[in-house]
Design a protein around this ligand. Structure first.
Ligand SMILES: [Zn+2]
Ligand SMILES: [Zn+2]
Length: 420
């Protein structure tokens, strides 16, 4: 084979794409219900936008971005996540001036140069939402309940909601110091990544997956002991509302998000039993990002889910999604004249919103019936010489095997009655 898809990318073939369409449909219906409107932003942006928002010393920015110079020498980057571009668009287009609260959602491809593995591609798809304007913890709850409802409608079970507060720059400064103190005499025994993180941002050490390092991490200081009063109160309220709504959650004091813009309450929804890449959705509050990117002082909260991982769980749990694979009518013709007549018929039937298929180089009737079977046709219209001269078609019902002769003029009505 001469050409292959690039490592870390893959084709979504029709059978799988049907499932994706279903997920997208469910997501759109839920967003609609909650008042979220779709926004579509460019696949690439200036590199600086991502450095500013995600953070200069994060793994995403230092190792994983697809960055290139365009023909004028400008540094551009394929978006590694959706939020930065959306906030850029909100500020650039003054969207926040139109309504007190801006509710947006998006679907699309993201790009990160990571080692491809199960549940992790270099081109991957996310569905997400941003709620811009309110700082009330009740708005965190809207994002969390929306995410949970989406998974519920899809029929996903065995999910766990993990919760933590990542604080604000004020509490994080104190927390980082305590981590530096704690890891000071241990960092030499830890992995080289962690040693690097120690000097850049010791909070990232908490994200390390190395067995040997986890032993130290699990005894390290918890951010909950370092939250400022404001962050503390916000986190308590989020937990209180979850109790009030009887939504179960598990505290994860060492959850850190791989993006610097998060503040205060953060959450992850995991499916146990998916291996290392078990996070289906993640999100949280980012109260400073709009301001940091040059906009007004607007708090915000959002989430994103990974489409490939959700699909993996749907397969694993053997959840059958509704699929529109059936064909209403397959038109089988014998001879050039019959083919010509069929073109007109097919056009009329499609105008009635029937799904109609045919073969353009028809061979034997047997071969055409086989194709009709493959397309799961409900009815086959057979048009040969005899049918042409009588201006009638033979209509074969594929589920009963029965046949009827129906005049061309009555075909439309007959099929509409029987195909619904
Ligand atoms: Zn704080
Ligand atoms: Zn490590």
């Amino acid at each position: 084979m001469k050409y292959k898809s690039i490592r870390g990318t893959r084709d979504i073939l029709p059978e799988e794409a049907r499932k994706w369409q279903y997920l997208e449909k469910v997501a759109r219906e839920i967003f609609q219900k909650y008042g979220y409107e779709e926004i579509r932003t460019p696949i690439f942006e200036v590199t600086e936008l991502f450095q500013r928002s995600i953070g200069d010393d994060t793994d995403i920015v230092t190792k994983e971005m697809y960055t290139f110079l365009d023909k004028k020498g400008r540094s551009l980057t394929l978006r590694p996540e959706g939020t930065a571009g959306i906030i850029r668009a909100v500020i650039e287009n003054n969207l926040y001036r139109q309504k007190r609260i801006t509710r947006l959602y998006y679907l699309g491809a993201m790009y990160r140069y990571e080692r491809p593995q199960k549940g992790r591609q270099r081109e991957f798809y996310q569905i997400g939402a941003e709620l811009i304007g309110p700082d009330n913890p009740a708005s965190d709850i809207e994002i969390i309940t929306l995410t949970l409802e989406l998974f519920h409608v899809l029929g996903l079970k065995n999910l766990t909601l993990y919760l933590n507060s990542v604080g604000c720059p004020r509490c994080r400064a104190r927390y980082r110091e305590s981590l530096k103190d704690y890891f000071k005499d241990k960092i030499k025994m830890m992995c080289t990544d962690c040693q690097h993180r120690y000097s850049l941002n010791p909070m990232r050490i908490l994200d390390c997956k190395e067995e040997g390092d986890r032993v130290y991490i699990e005894k390290s200081p918890k951010i909950s002991d370092y939250l400022c009063q404001d962050c503390q109160e916000q986190f308590e309220k989020v937990k209180e509302y979850l109790h009030f709504l009887k939504i179960d959650y598990t505290l994860d004091p060492y959850m850190v998000r791989g993006l610097d813009y998060y503040t205060k309450a953060a959450f992850e929804i995991k499916y146990e039993g998916l291996g290392a890449q078990d996070t289906l959705a993640a999100g949280g509050r980012y109260d400073r990002l709009v301001h940091d990117l040059g906009g007004p002082d607007l708090p915000a909260v959002g989430f994103a889910l990974g489409v490939e991982r959700v699909m993996e769980v749907i397969d694993k749990e053997k959840i059958s999604l509704p699929s529109g694979v059936q064909t209403d009518v397959y038109v089988a013709t014998l001879g050039e004249e019959a083919l010509k007549e069929s073109i007109k018929l097919i056009r009329e039937l499609r105008h009635e919103n029937l799904k109609v298929l045919n073969d353009f180089n028809p061979t034997s009737l047997k071969a055409q019936l086989r194709q009709a079977d493959k397309w799961k046709a409900k009815f086959v219209l057979i048009i040969g010489e005899e049918e042409l001269s009588g201006k009638r078609a033979t209509v074969k019902n594929m589920s009963t095997g029965g046949q009827e002769s129906v005049p061309f003029s009555e075909l439309k009505g007959y099929l509409l009655r029987n195909c619904s």
